[in-house]
Design a protein around this ligand. Sequence first.
Ligand code: NAD
Length: 392
Amino acid sequence: MNITICGAGNAAHTLIPLLASKGHAVTVYTALADEAVALREALSGGGEMTARFADGRVFKARPVRVTEDARDAASEADMVLLALPAFAHEAILRELAPHLPTNAWIVALPARGGFDWLVRAILPEHEGVVLGLQTLPWACRIQDWGRTVAVLGEKAVVDVAARPSEAGAEAARSLSELLGLPLQPLPNFLTLTLANTGQLIHPGIMYGLFRAWDGRPFGEDEVPLFYTDIDEETADILQAMSNEVQAVRAAIERARPELDLSRVATLHDWLLRAYADDIEDPSTLLSSFRTNRAYAGIRAPVELVEENAYAPWFASRYLAEDAPLGLVVTRGLADLVGARTPAIDMVILWAQEKLGKEYVRDGKLEGRDIRETRAPQRFGIHGIDDEMIDGG
Ligand code: NAD
């Protein structure tokens, strides 16, 4: 297959050798021109890229092409993989759109909320399968840029949504074979959008940890642990946000009983499933965060402001990605069915202030930056109809 991998970060460094070593013709597309130049340089003289997995597997290969030219990247692609932060999806898809064969598969790793609506808005005539993964299957970090990546962990199973939904099982099987790991098909993209737990956990905990921050920087040892330092009040906020997602789900199910949203789990149930063997005390949501070994030692995102002085990093993906492409999407769905979301609103209002953005104004999704979100209303979707359910 001709596979185009968009991006040149940790995820792309993993995918390139993994897929090229299986004999696929891999093209790397990065719109950031200096990345393309640097990657060509790193691979000059026949150099290869290496992905070292923690379990001992090693994949070594080189792409056939590294380009910053959208036509070169797209015109012969059988499959496009977006190995990008979700806020880059729109720009990259717009660049590729004029050149992309109509039957090429488009895969986002990970998708975040409303990805199917975005694809339909940019590529209305597209006929190829669209797939969205719930998360990147790997925890991976570049060791030597352009050459080596360490794959520290691999998820046991990753949920995947497809459009058209009837293609889901078959498409998940093909992609699973390609990536060499189990993928579990979800009934529809709406499940992926609502079941995006990062939209609750990341902005919710940022709010909990930093809503009362007094502006004094932290010393290196004082930076709070992101997950295991959460307090009861933060757990209550996360619980309230999760309850609101369930209320939105229930309202959509009442409007469209035939729509299967059974896989939209509560936050607590999701944690227990995702970290079954890591949580020491699963009795409450608070204890499931505080005693999760997989979360131990992970600190809150901070930025260095002066020597040994750190401030909360409000521009990090925990707000910049999970608010506009997560929580705001859910808030938009709530509006479609008349559900109230006071806890989600409270966190969105705080996050937009920290980001210098405006999504919600006077209680409505009418802020000046709403076009940077994937709220359904942004795509002209105003009801729970077929269009909205199967990709707008
Ligand atoms: P990264 O930051 O290493 O790479 C991102 C790449 O995206 C960049 O190299 C660049 O090519 C491209 N990019 C970034 N901003 C862009 C922009 N504005 N316009 C165009 N291109 C842009 O990210 P990553 O670690 O490869 O992660 C990819 C996605 O997977 C992210 O959504 C991340 O949150 C998620 N994720 C990563 C990991 C991990 O272990 N790396 C784990 C879970 C989820």
